[in-house]
Design a binder for this molecule. Sequence first.
Ligand code: 2AM
Length: 220
Amino acid sequence: GSMEEVSLPLYFGWFLEYTFQDKLEVMAKDFLKTLGTLEVFKKHIRDFSGEGEEETNLEQYFQHKGPLHCTTKYCNYGKAKGAKEYAEKESVRQQYGSMTELAIGALFITPRTMGVRVLLTQDQLQLWPDDAEEKADAGPEAELPPGSRAHITLGCAEGIKPVQTGPDLLEILQLQKQGQEGEKVQDLENGPLTYYGNGIWVLSFTEPLLAPALFSSYYK
Ligand code: 2AM
């Protein structure tokens, strides 16, 4: 292929500034530690453990490699649909290499993934691909606003790929949109903790957490 095809990255995204990566990781670990001690979590431990297992170490359950980031466009070195068009977008070229501040609205875990929800500003939405919220099996009633999928993967269960965090977040937003209130468990330091069933736990931040991040791309 041409130079241009070769130069497309694995993905574009916002990369958290180093000191904030540490801060978020510490916060996530503290959350897992606290969650693991709650009686209400132990009651639902089956969501996370196999038959006969009475305990799960959540901190070991979720594993993560690589820099913490919010993917905007997965390009797969040009093989993903719309990769080239995205790389050539005016907003992408202009904002490449610039800093922004991501607002983090919630921390969630499911039996598959752990992540945080990112609340995008209008400016940041200019870097968001149009098809990010599309699902093959979604009807019109399943439509969520652009940017809904924005998240940072903090960890995955064994055998799960990070691409699962997006669908997991969309499922949570879908439940909330349908009016499912879940079981409000208790208030933690950063806000209320809710259980939605099937191993879905959401800590909603009373105040969004602001994370400095660089818009760039990643090549393995
Ligand atoms: P993530 O954005 O949910 O963390 C490398 O695999 C990165 O690209 C990961 O951050 C991953 O998921 C994201 N990714 C992988 N495949 C993807 C896809 N088909 N659509 C969107 N993002 C994807």
